[in-house]
Design a protein around this ligand. Structure first.
Ligand SMILES: Nc1ncnc2c1ncn2[C@@H]1O[C@H](COP(=O)(O)OP(=O)(O)OP(=O)(O)O)[C@@H](O)[C@H]1O
Ligand SMILES: [Mg+2]
Length: 470
């Protein structure tokens, strides 16, 4: 007994020893959107232990900064020493460094403790308030930026650092190269403030350019994007990633955090650095949900009658799903085996691209519709679903425009859109009557795969009874 406890203890210590440590040297945002608050969430979400060196306290919300109090230089120094001398620092990032004096103290300590540093040259808050005194830009350039592993200016900051205007990709590239001449090992000029379909960040590193592109998200929850992005790079560096991988992962991370931001306040709401974590943590539960649903279907005596020629599938999405890989389904589908329904495989993420597309399309309109099942087309089944109060709609595959037909994976999003327009509402059930070589089909959407499985079992029983009484 004691031996096993010791083993557990040892394992814990080993695990603990492996946790990398990141440090944020930045201001506090009372609104919890940017600054050390965003950084610590980011560190935790990416699996590194976060430590804090507070440089300023800001009284801030989503619309404005209404007060700033700088922390005494001596305390800033001591915070860095306290962490570096005991816990150690695998990588650090700087955010708001309000004055030349603060920048100088931080630079001195970085040289002394020699940890890799990401410098986010914060100058102005999202709300427009200055976070760096104008005369301190020179100190930033001369004292801190040369020590950086990576520096991450937004377009306005890059203009100030490079002394040039940025209006397109070419000038963004040129500015990155010019800033690299100031001495950091790598520069990312972020594209959040350049208009266009994509938000493109350019990394200049080792004389090469790397481009990181994400669809621009139309949202107000962009408070803390720069903080979360630079903290994510620091977290990845702390874990031992090379610069290019660190920026690549940070870009994916921040895109999700923006997309699933927290809509609070009247201005720019906070990003949600935990989105990635919630998504991961639900993976097992959602997989179990689909496994249970399959069991309900396989145990039914009548469901086999509702299995289409092409097979039946049942699928469910994790929170924040944005790709087929975020949705569990059955690879090879559920097939008819005599008078039984039988799943070809255990559930898998990415196991049904067909139903995944229905779910992803409907989720854009209704967050509660995260599960789907398809059954054989049957007029009587449709009638019963309507009688149960489900909102039923349809699309006509024969009306599919050629440009949609040509594009891989475009039919279902188009069909769902048609079904919404045909009903003037978000349907629970979508059917189509097929086309040449395409079997007609009914898809039922809902909030839980188990409930959908039970519904289909019930429906199959009712139809069997109806048949028996005729
Ligand atoms: N609307 C958006 N859609 C997608 N990505 C975005 C959007 N806005 C910003 N980003 C991304 O977020 C990251 C931060 O870029 P941004 O240019 O917003 O930094 P910033 O201005 O320093 O942010 P902050 O105001 O929080 O300091 C970059 O990876 C950028 O491409
Ligand atoms: Mg910024």
């Amino acid at each position: 007994m004691i031996k096993s406890l010791t083993e557990v203890g040892d394992m814990w210590i080993n695990v603990k020893e492996k946790i990398p440590v990141a440090m944020t040297i930045a201001g506090s945002d009372s609104g919890g959107g940017a600054g050390i608050e965003a950084d610590l969430k980011t560190f935790a979400a990416l699996g590194v232990h976060g430590t804090v060196v507070l440089t300023s306290i800001t009284a801030q919300n989503t619309t404005a900064v209404i007060g700033v109090q700088d922390v005494a230089l001596e305390i800033i120094e001591k915070q860095i020493d306290a962490v570096a001398e005991d816990i150690g620092v695998d990588a650090a990032k700087t955010g708001m460094l309000h004055t030349s004096e603060i920048i100088e103290v931080v630079a001195k300590k970085v040289k002394e403790h020699k940890f890799p540093l990401v410098v986010d040259p914060v100058m102005i808050a999202k709300s427009g308030a200055p976070l760096l005194k104008p005369e301190a830009v020179k100190t930033l350039i001369e004292v801190l930026i040369p020590l950086a592993e990576v520096v991450t200016p937004n377009v306005h900051e890059a203009e100030a650092l490079a002394g040039m205007r940025i209006k397109d990709l070419e000038s963004q590239k040129k500015a990155a190269k010019k800033i690299a001449e100031l001495g950091p090992r790598a520069v990312v000029v972020k594209g959040g403030h350049i208009e266009g379909e994509y938000s493109i960040d350019i990394l200049f590193y080792d004389d090469n350019y790397y481009f990181f592109k994400a669809l621009r998200i139309s949202t107000k929850t962009t408070h803390g994007t720069g903080c979360g992005f630079s903290a994510a790079i620091a977290a990845e560096l702390a874990k031992g990633s090379d610069v290019v991988t660190a920026v690549e992962n940070a870009k994916k991370f921040i895109t999700l955090a923006i997309k699933y931001g927290i809509p609070v306040g009247r201005g720019h709401g906070p990003i949600n650095p935990l989105a990635i974590l919630y998504k991961e943590s639900e993976k097992y539960n959602v997989w179990r949900e689909v496994q249970d649903a399959v069991k309900i279907i396989e145990e039914s005596r009548y469901v086999f009658k509702l299995i289409p020629e092409v097979g039946m599938n049942i699928a469910a999405a994790v929170p924040y799903a944005d790709s087929v890989e975020d949705i569990v389904g059955i690879p090879g589908r559920i097939r008819r085996a005599g008078k039984r329904a039988l799943a070809a495989h255990p559930p898998e993420y990415g196991g049904s691209s067909h139903l995944a597309r229905y779910i992803l399309s409907i989720l854009n309109h209704d967050h509660s519709k995260r599960a789907a099942i398809n059954i054989k087309f049957d007029e009587k089944a449709l009638k019963r679903l309507k009688a149960k109060g489900f909102k039923v709609s349809y699309y006509d595959r024969r009306l599919e425009p050629p440009e949609v037909k040509e594009k891989e994976g475009a039919t279902i999003p188009w069909g769902v859109q048609q079904a919404i327009e045909n009903l003037g509402n978000i349907p629970d059930v979508i059917y189509h009557r097929g086309d040449w070589g395409k079997e007609p089909m009914i898809v039922i959407l809902g909030k839980d795969a188990r409930l959908l499985a039970k519904l289909v079992v019930e429906l199959a029983e009712e139809l069997a009874n109806e048949e028996a009484t005729i």
